[in-house]
Design a binder for this molecule. Structure first.
Ligand code: ADP
Length: 362
């Protein structure tokens, strides 16, 4: 049974010279959680992961693993296992020797090593590949060797740096499922770094979205998608239409807005807004419906009129680009066999259910 531990960052700051790379990072990864650090290149994800592994030092703040402050503990005494993006396998060693390496360094008895290597290889379904060299394996198999090597030392925390980015698209989806299954079976606290929002959404229990060394938002994939706190998160986790809006009033749980695209609308006030600041009204491309302008309006929606500028047929859905006032909206409509498409330059009615409208500041 895995010993499940918590990982906690308190007020962590890291700078390289004058460049501040992590700013006041506060984070609790719960025992047994599968946690993603998601953000664009340069946002500080790897720096944070390496800090948890012990390869980087913070200028200030504390890092706790299983309630113990490890800020000054070297990597080899943290019992943390890290799988590197390029796998870092020894090319001249067999799969077996690669997996045994960390155990031999710990000077365990030969029989114990043999038993642990066998168990680790069985875990990743590679028992019959023990005698191969890494070069005789596919990318996915090499990654499983790297995982087995890390899991063999029975770490308290598993760290994965862009675990799927070296694999082709199809294998990536397959390994994503395998990784998730393995993590569930083992129950080991796992933190992985990715720049791919789909990867983070489909595997992680919770995600910290990072930009410019700051955790912009932390939540479950659904939290982030449904309630992004700012424009950065709204755009990075999925895609969104953002329409400029002006706040007319906000009281009694209702906000009245005016927008060049949607006219005057009233929405229930679901979270705090700063009435003196500008605001965007956002909705996801799949959340709106298009209708012919003269057809009966179906459903409780906010309506606007627009012109189809372009569309792309993507099989499962059709992606329309629709001009409404000064904005160009992206609207995805499910494709049903036999349904006619809206032609370029045709006028359409755009309907958005009020529950799908988000108010985004910051
Ligand atoms: P990410 O993993 O999100 O791509 P990193 O954590 O690798 O981001 O890097 C964050 C920022 O820190 C980048 O601007 C990068 O150039 C800088 N950086 C990372 N490592 C070093 C280093 N050893 N020296 C100087 N700058 C660094």
């Amino acid at each position: 049974m895995q010993n499940k531990v918590k990982v906690e960052a308190r007020n962590i700051a890291v700078s390289y010279g004058a460049t501040q790379v992590l700013r006041d990072i506060n984070l609790v990864v719960e025992p047994g959680e599968f946690f993603a650090l998601l953000g664009p290149s340069g946002s500080g994800k790897s720096t944070l992961l390496r800090l948890i592994a012990g390869f980087n030092r913070a200028q200030s703040g504390q890092l706790l693993i299983g309630e113990v402050d490890v800020s000054r503990v070297p990597p080899w005494r943290r019992n943390v296992g890290m799988v590197f993006q390029n796998y870092a396998l020894w090319p001249h060693m067999s799969v077996w020797q690669n997996v045994a390496f960390g155990l031999e360094e710990r000077r365990l008895a030969k029989a114990v090593i043999a038993q642990k290597v066998q168990a680790a290889l069985a875990l990743v379904n590679l028992a019959e590949y023990a005698n191969r060299r890494p070069s005789q394996l596919s990318g996915g198999q090499q990654q499983r060797v790297a995982l087995a090597r890390t899991l063999a030392i029975e770490p308290d925390v598993l760290l994965l740096d862009e675990p799927l980015s070296n694999l082709d698209a199809k294998l990536r989806v397959h390994m994503r499922d395998e990784l998730r299954q393995l993590q569930r079976n083992l129950g080991i606290t796992t933190i992985f770094v990715t720049h791919d929002q789909e990867e983070a959404m489909t595997t992680a229990d919770r995600i910290a979205v990072m930009d410019q060394g700051i955790i912009q938002q932390l939540g479950t994939p659904m939290d982030l998608f449904d309630n992004p706190v700012n424009r950065f998160v709204a755009n990075f986790v999925g895609s969104i239409n953002l329409l400029p809006g002006t706040i007319r009033s906000a009281d009694d749980g209702v906000v009245r807005l005016s927008s060049p695209c949607l006219g005057e609308i009233s929405l229930p006030l679901r979270s705090q807004i700063q009435t003196e600041r500008t605001l965007d009204i956002g909705f996801r491309p799949h959340a709106a419906q298009l209708q012919a302008p003269d057809s009966a309006r179906v459903g409780d929606c906010v309506w606007a009129q627009g012109i189809v500028a372009d569309f792309e047929f993507l099989g499962e859905f059709v992606r329309y680009h629709v001009r409404v006032a000064d904005s160009r909206l992206v609207i995805d409509q499910p494709h049903r066999t036999g349904h006619a498409l809206f032609a370029v330059d045709s006028t359409v009615a755009v309907g958005i259910p009020p529950a799908e409208l988000r108010l985004i500041q910051g």
